[in-house]
Design a protein around this ligand. Structure first.
Ligand code: AHG
Ligand code: MN
Ligand code: MN
Length: 341
């Protein structure tokens, strides 16, 4: 006979159920964060629907405007940006949003209530890969507001990454995944298209302490510091005792490169160089959420001198070097960058 004690098969742990059960472990939780995450999930599904159609309809190609970082905005970037904003603006959980694609803060429309959370997002990461049908994703980061009421301000947004209360990403690959943390481990869900539900496929992800893969745009080698060049040269040398040479893997969508690193171990690097002294990646929309996730899985993330989550942001779209992955690999990279090796 089926009773409430009958073990629930893992494959039926839906994402919504996981979010609700996580909330119940927090006495005093109001359900707002759960509502926010559920809103993001719906937004991610809408983006995925367009991504899967991208090769079929006239949505491929570029728009004619640039974003604040000077990139050409792809049509799907714009679609994802607006879809996430519109999925989240009316729920009453947020007081302000900010996205990689918009120069200024995204305010909540005045006819909707302001909530206690702040949402930052990269609507589509790896968008240069869209036309080649290569894995891309959406990244999000959630903070509690620091101002007390009314519309959110820049003060609410410019918080160090260690204050995040949730972070995650939707990955649009050979299947769609949703990976998130609320500070209690990292959990991955895979969309079962036959029922339209995300099912728990990667419970409590733990990144290996050390890996054997490095991931970086080595085309920039000539612009790197001698220390960075020395580190990558070291990874390619033969040494059985330390598992070298490492394999090179680089998708060019950091969300996909970091996802692989999370599962297989190793390191993803986007260093500063002579052209871009702080590298390419954006602290608020890329580095902080992925650093929070990787730390929650037992890994590490640094800018070469300090922990990413301790970097004090100064502006909305600032860039920041990133070395992220297995604890031992990040430590080794940092030793090279500090000139200790
Ligand atoms: P986005 O598509 O959001 O602008 O981000 C692109 C980023 C990141 O996803 C990726 O790892 C990196 O740019 C790739 O840069 P390179 O082309 O310099 O390798
Ligand atoms: Mn990005
Ligand atoms: Mn982007």
């Amino acid at each position: 006979m089926l009773t409430s004690q009958t073990p629930f098969p893992q494959k039926f742990m839906t994402l919504e159920r996981h979010i609700i059960e996580g909330e119940r472990n927090h006495p005093g939780a109001t359900g707002k964060l759960s509502g926010l995450l559920t809103g993001l999930l719906i937004a991610a599904k809408l983006v995925w629907r367009e991504v899967t159609k991208a090769g079929l309809v006239n949505i491929l190609g570029t728009t004619d405007r640039m974003n604040i970082s000077g990139d050409i905005v792809k049509k799907l970037d714009e679609f994802a940006d607006q879809t996430i904003y519109k999925s989240m603006d009316h729920l009453g959980h947020l007081c302000v949003m900010a996205s990689e694609e918009n120069e200024d803060l995204l305010q909540i429309p005045t006819n909707y209530p302001n909530g206690k959370y702040v949402l930052l997002y990269d609507p589509l990461d790896g968008s240069g890969n869209i036309d080649a049908n290569i894995t891309i994703g959406s990244i999000f980061s959630v903070y509690r507001r620091v101002t007390s009421s009314g519309p959110g301000t820049i003060q609410d947004v410019l918080q160090p990454g260690h204050r995040q209360v949730a972070a995650g990403y939707a990955l649009f690959g050979s299947s769609m995944m949703f990976v998130y943390t609320t500070g209690h481990g990292v959990h991955g869900f895979t969309l079962d298209p036959s029922v339209g539900e995300f099912l728990l496929s990667h419970e409590n992800i733990r990144i290996p302490k050390k890996g054997a893969i490095y991931s970086t745009n080595e085309g920039n080698f000539g612009r790197w510091s001698p220390a960075m060049q020395k580190y990558v040269h070291y990874l390619k040398q033969e040494d059985e005792a330390t598992g070298r040479p490492y394999s090179a893997r680089y998708v060019g969508s950091m969300v996909a490169d970091v996802h692989r690193t999370l599962l297989y171990g190793g390191i993803y690097c986007y260093p500063g160089d002579t052209k871009n002294t702080k590298g390419k990646l954006r602290l608020m929309y890329e580095n902080n959420p992925l650093a929070y996730i990787v730390e929650q899985a037992g890994g590490a993330a640094t800018d070469g001198t300090k922990r990413i989550l301790d970097v004090l942001p100064e502006s909305l779209h600032e860039r920041c070097p990133l070395f992220i992955g297995s604890e031992e690999d990040v430590r080794c990279a940092q030793e090279f960058l500090e000139g200790k090796r």
